[in-house]
Design a protein around this ligand. Structure first.
Ligand SMILES: Nc1ncnc2c1ncn2[C@@H]1O[C@H](COP(=O)(O)OP(=O)(O)OP(=O)(O)O)[C@@H](O)[C@H]1O
Length: 565
């Protein structure tokens, strides 16, 4: 929040400057009114003409400054919210895999959409209004003291009463605004879940059921907001009543002073006008302070997202991978006390090809995620050329490997962008990656070739085609380590074989393939097979060696092959 303010200090200065002029200008209107009335009552034509002349210029000028204030405050709000969004988005991207997965993505979406709106309406705008009204308040107070200290004293007494209202509602509103933010997060999460399951909804005729759930969630979210709004309304209602009573008090006392000859009629009009400029701001402040207080938990949540710093991967050493990637006594648990990996000792040499196999859930993907720096909370060590992963620069570690997942994510743009991921590569490199991945034929049949749109998450293409594009995406980067996390599971056996044999032939590439495809012809091509069972490495060697020496591996691949048939 603070950095967003600092970044927009130019707009802040302009807004305060115009706010000052407009506020003081509107207070001084009271002096003009006083002069006109006194001129009329006393029959002073000269004073009348003078005041008229000043007013003709004064009022449009005040309007102009009002416009400038309005524009600069809107530009400030724009700049402020843009910076807030950017800060939160950067904070989200700074998270490591572990931290990122702790929060539902819908919460992030909600922070960037619902929460930012809550903050704009209940923090940024009220803060500006409060500032402007404070200036009007002080200026009106000084002028009133000058005209009639007695009326001012009574007015101050009433205002003290008015000030007690926000403290009554602040806490209740805070609780309710927090509930609104949480409820909106839940609503976005449910909505995202429903829309992501669109295919299932259609295939299983679930529309009726989903509509019902949506209606319930919609109703709950709206009710939570309404509960907060009701508290706001009560706060505003009580403020209005107290404000009106205060103004009546001023008029009656001032009228009494005129009757006793202690005040002029012009001064009465000026006092009434000024009491508006006195009570109005107090009411505004009273209504807005609880809003600002109420949205504090949302602001804190927002700050926590924006200011997130990763304190585990703080290493600064630039990583190198010329020789080996090693894990020693590596253990890891997602939830405390339930180890998913236990005492893994593993050495992966540069340029070698490894197939990671084992029953579902034995920890293959987790092991690879740990080796590539996705999770930090492990016991034991992971070293790149002898240097512990946590001492290495995280961005540098990410530049050593690329992963092709079973579920390929595609951005809603064209094929070229999805392969290059917005970096620039020569046409030659793109074509070479496309050829090696086996997607060339599909692309050549498209009228727009590489510029063809892929649709939302690649919906214009089949799962296998998406995987081949993901292979091209990884190959074009030419990083030293390539991980295929069941990255050819969606292509047919022949294409999978072709892709894997091509990758196996890249000399310097360290390939780690997680696979359930127990094809002996393919597995035989790997330097080493790493066989895992229940979070441990149960065997390691060439396919032939394991087959001959490892009873359980033999059973596993026989069973797996039979299951596949
Ligand atoms: N993000 C997570 N949070 C909690 N537990 C997880 C998480 N990811 C995986 N697990 C658990 O860790 C264990 C190992 O999962 P992992 O995905 O590494 O296995 P795998 O061998 O790759 O499985 P598969 O072959 O089915 O893909 C499983 O019991 C799984 O339920």
């Amino acid at each position: 929040m603070k950095t967003a303010l600092l970044k927009n200090k130019g707009f802040i200065a302009l807004t305060i400057f115009f706010s000052l002029i407009v506020s003081l200008g509107s207070v001084l209107v009271a002096v003009l009114l006083q002069r006109i009335i006194d001129a009329a009552v006393k029959g002073n034509m000269e004073l009348f003409q003078q005041t008229l002349f000043i007013s003709v210029f004064y009022v449009p000028l005040l309007g102009l400054f009002g416009y400038l204030y309005s524009i600069s405050s809107k530009a400030l709000i724009r700049g402020w919210t843009v910076t807030l969004r950017e800060n939160v988005f950067r904070g989200i991207l700074r998270r490591d895999f572990e931290e990122f997965s702790k929060t539902n993505t819908a919460d992030y979406l909600s922070a960037l959409s619902n929460d930012i709106k809550l903050i704009e309406e209940n923090y940024v705008q009220p803060l500006l209004l409060t500032l402007q009204n404070m200036i009007i308040f002080v200026a009106s107070l000084l002028l009133m003291l000058f005209i009639s200290p007695l009326v001012t004293g009574i007015l101050i007494g009433c205002v003290v009463l008015l000030f007690t209202v926000p403290t009554l509602f602040g806490k209740a509103l805070q609780k309710r605004q927090k509930a609104v933010s949480i409820q909106m997060s839940l609503f976005t999460s449910k909505l995202k879940d429903m829309l992501s399951g669109y295919e299932v909804i259609r295939s299983y005729s679930m529309s009726h059921h989903v509509e019902k759930i949506f209606a319930q969630e919609n109703e709950t979210a709206a009710n939570t907001k309404f509960t907060a709004d009701r508290t706001l309304a009560l706060n505003e209602g009580i403020s209005e009543i107290l404000g009106a009573l205060t103004q009546f008090a001023v008029v009656f006392i001032a009228a009494y002073l005129i009757l006793t000859g202690k005040l002029s009629a012009g001064s009465l009009v000026a006092l009434v006008q000024l009491s508006n400029g006195f009570v109005g701001p107090v009411m505004m402040i009273m209504q807005n302070v609880p809003r600002i207080q109420g949205v504090k938990p949302v602001v804190e949540r927002f700050n926590a997202l924006a200011d997130y710093e990763n304190d585990v991967f703080e290493g600064k050493i630039q990583p190198a991978f010329h020789h080996k990637l090693e894990a020693s006594q590596l253990s890891f648990a997602y939830t405390e006390g339930r180890n998913v990996l236990s005492n893994i000792d593993l050495t992966l040499l540069k340029g070698k090809k490894y197939a990671l196999v084992g029953p579902s859930g034995c920890g293959k993907s987790t092991l690879v995620k740990l080796l590539t720096g996705c999770y930090a909370g492990y016991d034991g060590t992971i070293t790149y050329d002898g240097v512990e992963l946590k001492q290495l620069d995280r961005a540098g570690v990410q530049q050593l490997s690329s992963t092709i997942h079973q579920q390929v994510y595609m951005f809603d743009t064209d094929i070229r962008d999805n392969i290059c991921l917005y970096e620039s590569y020569s046409e030659e490199k793109i074509i070479s990656a496309v050829q090696k991945s086996g997607i060339e034929q599909v692309i050549s049949q498209l009228p727009n070739g590489l510029s063809s749109a892929v649709g939302e998450n690649g919906s214009n293409f089949s799962g296998g085609q998406r995987q081949r594009m993901a292979v091209a995406r990884a190959l074009i980067r030419n990083l030293p380590i390539l991980i295929l996390d069941e990255g050819t599971s969606a292509v047919d056996m022949q294409t999978a074989y072709e892709i894997e044999t091509r990758l196996l032939a890249v000399p310097d590439l360290t390939l780690i393939t997680i696979t359930h495809n127990m094809n002996p012809d393919v597995l035989g091509l790997y330097d080493q097979i790493i066989y895992m069972e229940e979070g441990r490495i149960a065997g390691m060697g060439s396919f032939e060696e394991l087959l001959q020496q490892h009873e359980r591996f033999r059973k596993f691949i026989t069973l797996d092959t039979l299951e596949a048939i």
